[in-house]
Design a protein around this ligand. Structure first.
Ligand SMILES: Nc1ncnc2c1ncn2[C@@H]1O[C@H](COP(=O)(O)OP(=O)(O)OP(=O)(O)O)[C@@H](O)[C@H]1O
Length: 242
C-alpha cells in the first residue's frame, strides 16, 4: 500500500518548542505553522529567541521538548543532516561561505555532499535570481561583498531543492541595492510556489512587503501572530520598535 500524502499539511509545524542553554530557558513553548507556498516572517527584538528557534527547527540545537514536522512528517528526532535531506534549506546569519573556495565550489557544495549534480535549469534559475553569481564563478568566496555572499548562500541552499527555505536576517549589514535584489528573489520564489520561506528579519518594511504571515516572539514565547495584514501599529510599538 502506498503512503498517504498529506498534500494540505502545513509545510512546517512547530509545537511547544522548549530550548534551554546552560540552564537558562531560551524558548518557552513556541508554536508556529507555515502554510505551503507562503513567506512566514519570524520577528521580534534582539535576543528574544528567533535564531534559537531556527536552530531548533534545523536540529543545530537540541530542544528539551516539542515537535517539528515537515509536510506532516515528524522530523524532530532527526539529525541536522537528515533534516536538510528531508527538505530544510538553511541560510544562517553570517552566511558561512568558504572564503578559500571559489564561488562555483561554494555554490555546488550542498549538492556535491548529497552526491547529486543539479540540473541545468536549477542552476540557470539561481543565475537568473542572482546574475552576480554567474559573473563571479571563478572568484574566491572571500572576495565577495557581504551582500554577494548572502546571494551565494541563498543560491547554494536553492540548489538543494528545499521544501522550506530558512533565511536568518538576510538583509543584515547589506547595501540597499542588494537588499532589493534579495527581496525580488524572494518574491519570485514565492510566485513559483515550489517552497515555503521562513524569514527571520528585523527590517520591518522588508517583512511587510514580502510576508504572508507573521509571528512575533517575546522572551521565548509567541506574543502575536497572524496574517501580515494584521500587523498593527500597536503590535509594532509594543514588540518591535527599539
Ligand atoms: N550559545 C549561547 N549561550 C548562551 N546564551 C545564548 C546562546 N545563544 C543564544 N543565547 C541567548 O539566548 C537568547 C536568544 O538568542 P537568539 O540568538 O535566539 O535571539 P534572536 O532573537 O535571534 O536575537 P538577534 O536578533 O540578536 O539575533 C539571548 O538572550 C542570547 O543571549
Amino acid at each position: 500500500m502506498s503512503a498517504v500524502v498529506a498534500t494540505d499539511a502545513p509545510t512546517l509545524s512547530v509545537g511547544s518548542l522548549h530550548v534551554s542553554i546552560g540552564g537558562s530557558q531560551i524558548l518557552r513553548g513556541v508554536d508556529l505553522e507555515i502554510r505551503p507556498k507562503t513567506v512566514f516572517c519570524l520577528m521580534g527584538r534582539n535576543g528574544v529567541g528567533k535564531t534559537t528557534t531556527l536552530k531548533a527547527i534545523t536540529g543545530l540545537m537540541t530542544a528539551n521538548k516539542g515537535t517539528v514536522s515537515l509536510e506532516g512528517e515528524t522530523i524532530s528526532h532527526l539529525s541536522p543532516e537528515k533534516r536538510a535531506l528531508m527538505g530544510l534549506g538553511f541560510v544562517p546569519q553570517g552566511r558561512e561561505i568558504f572564503p578559500q573556495l571559489t564561488v562555483e565550489e561554494n555554490l555546488y557544495i550542498g549538492t556535491t555532499a548529497r552526491g547529486r549534480k543539479p540540473k541545468k535549469e536549477e542552476v540557470d534559475r539561481v543565475f537568473t535570481l542572482f546574475p552576480i553569481i554567474k559573473e563571479f564563478l571563478p572568484r574566491k568566496g572571500g572576495m565577495l561583498s557581504g551582500g554577494q555572499q548572502q546571494q551565494l548562500a541563498i543560491g547554494r541552499a536553492l540548489l538543494t531543492r528545499p521544501k522550506l527555505l530558512i533565511l536568518d536576517e538576510p538583509t543584515e549589514g547589506i547595501q540597499p541595492n542588494i537588499i532589493d535584489q534579495i527581496g525580488e528573489a524572494i518574491k519570485m520564489l514565492r510566485e513559483e510556489g515550489e517552497m515555503a520561506i521562513l524569514l527571520v528579519e528585523q527590517y520591518l518594511d522588508f517583512c511587510k512587503e514580502l510576508g504572508d504571515d507573521f509571528c512575533i516572539l517575546e522572551r521565548g514565547r509567541v506574543a502575536a501572530n497572524g496574517p501580515m495584514t494584521g500587523l498593527s501599529e500597536e503590535l509594532i510599538k509594543e514588540f518591535l520598535t527599539v
